[in-house]
Design a protein. Sequence first.
Length: 116
Amino acid sequence: MQKSIRVNEAQLLYLASKAKLDCTLSGLLWKRRDDTGKWQLRWCALYQNLLFYYENDSCAKPSGVALLEGSYCERIVATGSGSSAKSRSDVDKQVSICTPTPPMHFILRKRKKMYA
């Protein structure tokens, strides 16, 4: 696994513009940094092994980028016995993407479910 990558701002902005046009997947994800612990709703675009995240879908410049090399994805499993069938099916569709450096977590889930 590659430990570091060197890229300048012009290259990153070029890749971000390609991501907005030619992305594999795009949409809203919840993002949490391990250092702050705060959750933020961000619009994301996946391009190759780069996940660009933006304040919203109309922003031209990304707020940041996550290199997905060495990342892993896990399905979120609900705990507790009092869940309704609808809320259980919502949880079945939730996944977490965890990046190694810097530690970030991205979660696909409904807005009303996210409290931290």
